[in-house]
Design a protein around this ligand. Structure first.
Ligand SMILES: Nc1ncnc2c1ncn2[C@@H]1O[C@H](COP(=O)(O)OP(=O)(O)OP(=O)(O)O)[C@@H](O)[C@H]1O
Ligand SMILES: [Mg+2]
Length: 257
């Protein structure tokens, strides 16, 4: 369980400080998928970094099973970003095992696990390929395997499929759910796509614009396992409309002509 309690995060700027997060509280249960949505700059990435321990907070606490996060949670959280950031001179297998090398663990202990995960994300047969020979979606799958190699308890994902086309993204959503069903990881997922948030999550956290606060936490009424059909169900459309209404993004009003 991750408890985020009254978290404030401030960045020092030349002309003083600015709050990125203000009084954010949220409890994430073990094995839950929670998405964060909100306008650009509202602090979604910042909140993920605070959970990972890569960013410090000025006020409030973040607890992992009751233990405060103080500094990076080595091996306990896996991070996946919008870009796969693979080293293009290393094969998929060597990229996936990079964290193992960096932390000086014995590579041989992790090769079987790497193969299993590579299979799980549908990259069987590509372990010896260089990233340049893979599509964007395949590179992102390799990045997911790399994030999972240490068996982290939590997967933090920052717009991981944001650069992919709609169909590939849908495919990656299904694949992520399969990975989740098999591994039971807790997932915190940041996205701009509220339908993606609704489809994947148990709960969607809607944040307000800067400084980011929790505006509303919406439970997703869809059963699991999720299927593509559900994206077209009445419940889903209603939920998407509700989420859209909660996002305080000002759209230009149409000119009356
Ligand atoms: N290192 C930093 N120094 C100063 N300000 C920062 C820093 N990182 C983020 N910020 C500020 O904190 C706020 C939140 O940024 P953050 O990147 O978390 O937003 P976001 O919700 O992830 O946005 P987006 O949807 O565009 O990715 C922004 O106003 C940003 O300018
Ligand atoms: Mg961001």
């Amino acid at each position: 369980m991750i408890q985020i309690q009254g978290v404030h995060k401030m960045f020092d700027l030349a002309d003083g400080g600015t709050y990125a997060l203000r009084d954010v509280s949220l409890t994430i249960r073990e094995g839950e998928i929670v998405s964060l949505i909100g306008p650009s700059g509202c602090g979604k990435t910042t909140l993920l970094y605070c959970i990972s321990g890569l960013e410090s907070i000025v006020k409030g606490r973040i607890l992992f099973d009751g233990t405060p996060v103080e500094g990076p949670r080595k091996g306990e959280v896996g991070l996946v970003f919008q870009k796969a950031v693979l080293l293009d001179w290393r094969t998929v297998m060597d990229n996936v095992l990079l964290p193992i090398e960096v932390f000086g663990r014995p590579r041989a202990h992790y090769v079987d696990r790497a193969r299993e995960l590579i299979e799980l994300v549908g990259l069987t047969g590509f372990a010896d390929y260089l990233p340049g020979k893979l599509s964007g979606g395949m590179q992102q799958r390799a990045a997911i395997v790399r994030a999972l190699i240490f068996e982290p308890r939590v997967l933090l994902m920052d717009e991981p499929f944001g650069a992919l086309d709609a169909l590939t993204r849908e495919h990656m959503n299904m694949l992520l759910l399969r990975v989740w069903e098999r591994t039971g990881k807790t997932i915190v997922f940041v996205t701009h796509d509220l339908e993606e948030a609704a489809f994947l999550s148990d709960r969607v956290v809607v944040m307000t614009s800067r400084p980011g606060t929790v505006r509303e936490i919406v439970s997703v009424p869809l059963p699991r396992p999720r299927t593509i059909d559900m994206r077209y169900s009445e419940d889903f459309v209603r939920l998407a409309r509700q989420l859209r209404g909660l996002l305080d993004v000002d759209l230009p009003t149409a000119a009356v002509g």
